[in-house]
Design a binder for this molecule. Structure first.
Ligand SMILES: Cc1cc2nc3c(=O)[nH]c(=O)nc-3n(C[C@H](O)[C@H](O)[C@H](O)COP(=O)(O)OP(=O)(O)OC[C@H]3O[C@@H](n4cnc5c(N)ncnc54)[C@H](O)[C@@H]3O)c2cc1C
Length: 806
């Protein structure tokens, strides 16, 4: 059994000790620099308000597990969770609409929630204003986590199973040898360890620097006040009975504390603090994570508060603080084993709301090698290099603080710093009027205004105000032009690696489900975990006997392969040094052929084959595949040739009516063809049969996950990814909406787009297997409307692959 040291006894550390010891991993030492069970971190002073609803299913599941665990936990005869329910308030029509959307997120994650009228909200919370309120989102299972009590309960339970908690003991260094953790140095001596888990909250960056790790975490001060008793609450005798409240339009939340209210406020300017500058337990006035209240920042808070709770007009603030907690560059926590040091794990930037769920996933990950929930959004190794710079961390952390309650469209890109990364085609894309969104820091065109003239020829159904944000009818015109002719897509932002060296083939065949045929072949395959959950889908281009070029999904994939590669195999991220263009459409071969003497006929360069050739003067790897379901090529070259490659194709393309097409067209086309997108359509919670990807798994075994995969009975699945066709082509959905059957939520949408060739609105969705047969009638809830949809053929476009193979 490994020796495990956990740094920090906040909600995450205590819960992790509990989860590990529950699973029989009892050689656990929790080292805490403060005193137990009030050590002075964020958990020690936070009000513990829990709203489970989240646009990320994983985060919502973490919250659900936290509520379930704390609610079932008693300490000293007291419950650790007050299930008082929650109300999110709307005082404007757009906020009311947003509440309906959020109700959809909740239902998609299996959380009971619905929008209620202002009268119903008033009945639940008598302090609320009568006239301004338009409605509220009610989640009966939300409430208040009594986190300190929970820490004590979980901590003592872990101790009773053999764990040790060492208080007033600060970790000052991490010991390592040969790239592996060996222990920690503390103010009370050293503790040996095979695994160290940093659950240090706002001190996370400081612990990270002990091992040379930059953590994308920014501690920020957040204002929290408590009022004096409010006469209107004088009849309340218990800690809390009223639902917790959020008034997002004014950046406020509230909870009852007996006869007074706690008011939290995100409306002030961001107040970043460096992890290294946080005061020690000895020097801090109250506790390290509490900084003195800055009154000038509070301006405006009470105005917004009184707007929804008029009784606050005469109330006095009796307690106030600038409390510290963490924000990250992308709003997700940091979880998992850091690729820079074996045995060094992190679980940080976690709210109390998600604390117990995160800890459970961490324990499963440490013990089984994978958590049961999909955690790719939270993986500590997910970041792009630029996201780990201190300026970026501070700026993005601060901006995410500002936007925490903002109404954000799913396609809303970060606004600053932009442009940050550009591909070698950027100049030409700008000249064509590219409308850019951001992906991995790159500018990525969604459509091109230069194609506006095509709209008259190819029309798209109109969209409502919300779904027409970051959208243009040009997208549809681009799709249809490519289907008839040929289009140029920038695919540079998709990640690429090289895997080379002695044993590369054996290594890849061990970790992927593909049969990697001879040099010159291309294979689409999967990486599975031991449970046969899909960790990624990848495209392997075999350039030589020991030379592979692979399209992967994320840095997590790259780190995974790097960690497991034997010494003779080299895994290298070549994304920034290379560029990729997709040349797709029925005229793509003619166009490419016009630039080379090499034979590109179907007989010589068939589907899923590759060739190193020159297009004009540009050396390229020409790969016969396309993610959009048309005849075509992915073309790769080094970054220095980018402009020349674009210009060469553009010049030659004039004869064939070549257009540049954006990511919008790409998404619409891939969905019509039924091509899944990893992380959106499927993840590690799903096996290949469920996701409709068993064709990508080779027969037999010998790859990771084979035993579990071969045990799956494809005729006895509990759920499936299906293609839903909406009854009305004008009914647009965007993804993450709940799927209903006879009025009950039974699944959720992953990706959705209008299929321009087939003239139908499509939505891929997870549904129970018994509802997955073609023709089954379901509905998708979009805001407050239920759109009828039917399980359709998958894929809808060219199921015989005639166009791709032509
Ligand atoms: C004002 C305020 C209000 C909030 N309200 C809510 C809310 O309503 N709902 C919600 O979900 N979240 C809320 N949060 C956020 C939430 O409090 C935190 O995200 C959460 O408590 C973090 O838990 P943790 O266990 O990761 O960190 P912490 O609770 O900070 O625990 C980390 C522990 O690590 C210890 N430690 C650090 N470095 C060392 C070292 N070198 N050696 C030994 N020990 C070390 C610290 O002493 C600390 O006890 C709020 C935060 C603030 C500031």
């Amino acid at each position: 059994m490994p020796k495990i040291v956990i740094i920090g006894a906040g909600i995450v550390g205590c819960s992790l000790a509990d989860e590990l010891t529950e699973r029989g991993y009892t050689d656990v030492v929790v080292i805490e620099k403060g005193k137990l069970w009030n050590p002075g971190g964020s958990t020690s002073h936070a009000p513990g308000v829990v709203f489970q609803t989240n646009g990320s299913r994983t985060m919502a599941q973490f919250a659900r597990q936290t509520v379930e665990k704390l609610h079932s936990l008693q300490h000293g005869g007291e419950t650790c969770f007050l299930k008082v329910g929650s109300l999110e308030l709307a005082t404007t029509p757009d906020r009311l609409a947003e509440l309906h959307r959020r109700a959809g997120f909740a239902l998609s994650a299996g959380i009971n929630a619905w929008v209620i009228s202002s009268e119903e909200a008033l009945k639940m919370h008598p302090l609320l204003v009568r006239d301004k309120l338009l409605g509220a989102l009610y989640v009966p299972d939300d409430g208040i986590a009594r986190a300190k009590l929970g820490d004590e309960a979980m901590g003592e339970r872990a101790i009773s199973r053999g764990a040790r908690f060492v208080a007033n003991c600060e970790v000052v260094a991490i010991d390592q040898s040969d790239g592996c953790v060996t222990g920690v140095q503390t103010t009370q001596g050293s503790f040996p360890a095979d695994i160290v888990v940093s659950c240090a909250g706002i001190w996370g960056p400081k612990i990270g620097s002990m091992v040379g790790m930059s953590k994308a975490i920014q501690p920020l001060a957040h204002q929290l006040c408590y009022t004096a008793p409010i006469p209107e609450l004088s009849s309340y005798k218990t800690e809390a009975e009223l639902p917790v409240l959020r008034h997002q339009a004014s950046d406020l939340y509230f909870k009852q504390r007996g006869q007074s209210l706690a008011i939290g406020w995100y409306g002030h300017r961001p107040l970043p603090v460096r992890s290294e500058d946080i005061l020690s337990c000895e020097l801090a006035e109250v506790m390290p994570s509490q900084m003195p209240f800055t009154r000038e920042e509070w301006k405006g808070a009470m105005e917004g508060a009184i707007e929804v709770i008029p009784a606050l007009k005469n109330s006095e603030i009796v307690e106030s603080m600038n409390g510290l907690f963490s924000f990250t560059v992308d709003n997700f926590p940091l979880m998992g084993e850091w690729s820079g040091l074996k045995g060094f794990w992190v679980a940080e930037a976690v709210w109390i709301t998600h604390g117990c769920g995160v800890a459970r996933a961490m324990a499963e990950w440490i013990i089984n090698g994978h958590p049961s929930l999909a955690v790719h959004e939270c993986d500590v190794n997910r970041f792009e290099t630029h996201q780990l710079g201190s300026l970026h961390i501070e700026e993005r952390g601060a901006q995410n603080y500002v936007e925490v309650y903002d109404l954000l469209h799913p396609l809303q890109p970060m606004e600053s710093p932009r442009p940050l990364r550009t591909t070698g085609f950027y100049q030409r894309q700008q000249e064509l009027g590219g409308f850019f969104l951001e992906a991995s820091g790159y500018e990525r065109p969604h459509w091109y205004e230069a194609n506006a003239g095509l709209v008259a020829r190819y029309s798209s159904p109109p969209r409502d105000e919300w779904s027409s944000k970051f959208w243009s009818p040009i997208i549809g015109a681009e799709v249809l032009t490519v289907r008839d002719g040929v289009g140029l897509f920038d695919i540079t932002t998709l990640k690429r690696i090289e895997v080379t060296g002695n044993g590369a083939l054996e290594f890849l065949e061990r970790l992927t489900t593909g049969k990697l045929k001879k040099p010159g072949s291309i294979t689409y395959c999967l990486m599975l975990n031991e449970r046969a959950g899909i960790m990624s889908d990848i495209t392997v281009m075999r350039r030589g006997e020991r030379d592979f070029f692979i399209g992967v999904n994320s840095n997590t994939d790259i780190n995974y392969l790097k960690q497991l590669a034997p010494d003779t195999v080299h895994v290298r991220d070549v994304t920034p040094g290379t560029v990729g263009l997709g040349l797709f459409g029925p005229k793509s071969r003619e166009l490419a052929q016009s630039l080379t003497r090499d034979d590109l006929s179907n007989e010589t360069l068939g589907y899923f084959r590759l060739k190193n050739i020159y297009l004009g003067h540009v050396p390229v790897m020409l790969c016969r595949l396309s993610y959009v379901g048309e005849l075509g090529y992915e073309i790769y070259t080094t970054a220095d040739f980018a402009l020349k490659l674009w210009d060469t194709l553009w010049q030659a393309g004039k004869k064939y009516g070549l257009i540049a097409a954006g990511r919008g067209a790409f998404n619409s086309m891939r969905l019509e063809k039924g091509y899944r997108s990893y992380g959106t359509d499927m993840n590690s919670e799903h096996n290949p049969h469920e996701a409709g990807l068993s064709f990508a798994v080779r027969k037999g075994g010998g790859y990771r996950g084979a035993v579990a995969f071969n045990e799956v009975n494809p005729n006895a699945l509990s759920r499936r990814l299906v293609c839903l066709v909406l009854e009305n082509p004008q009914h647009v959905v965007l993804g993450k909406e709940p799927v209903l059957h006879q009025g009950n939520a039974v699944g959720y949408v992953t990706s959705a787009y209008f299929g321009h060739n087939i003239g139908k609105q499509l939505a891929y969705a997870w549904v129970p297997a018994e509802l997955s047969t073609q023709g089954t009638g379901l509905a998708i809830r979009y805001f407050d409307r239920d759109y009828p949809a039917t399980v359709g053929q998958d894929p809808q476009y060219d199921p015989q692959m005639k166009r791709l193979r032509s």
